[in-house]
Design a protein around this ligand. Structure first.
Ligand code: SF4
Ligand code: SF4
Length: 77
């Protein structure tokens, strides 16, 4: 089970699709970013690859593990 979620800041996204292209299980991260919705996908590995690849710093991995720090992502207004 995923222990986090990818949180996008849609204002910064340029819809390049690099995130989706590099997701090892083929989640359409770009679509989530465009819609401003966190990636809450049961198969997400929370590997952070999409976060690392995004050239615009749109994505953030927010841990939901009870034993980790509280949310690290900036609040998106
Ligand atoms: S890589 Fe970043 S800028 Fe490109 S579509 Fe994905 S979230 Fe948007
Ligand atoms: S964290 Fe990994 S598995 Fe989850 S959406 Fe990003 S690239 Fe895909």
């Amino acid at each position: 089970m995923a222990q986090g979620q990818i949180v996008p800041d849609p204002v910064r996204c340029v819809q390049c699709g690099i995130c989706s292209y590099n997701c090892p299980i083929g989640i359409d991260v770009r679509r989530h970013a465009w819609q401003g919705r966190p990636v809450q996908h049961s198969q997400c590995l929370t590997c952070g690859e999409c976060v690392a690849r995004c050239p615009r710093g749109v994505l953030c991995l927010e841990r939901t593990n009870l034993f980790s720090e509280a949310a690290q992502c900036p609040a998106i207004s």
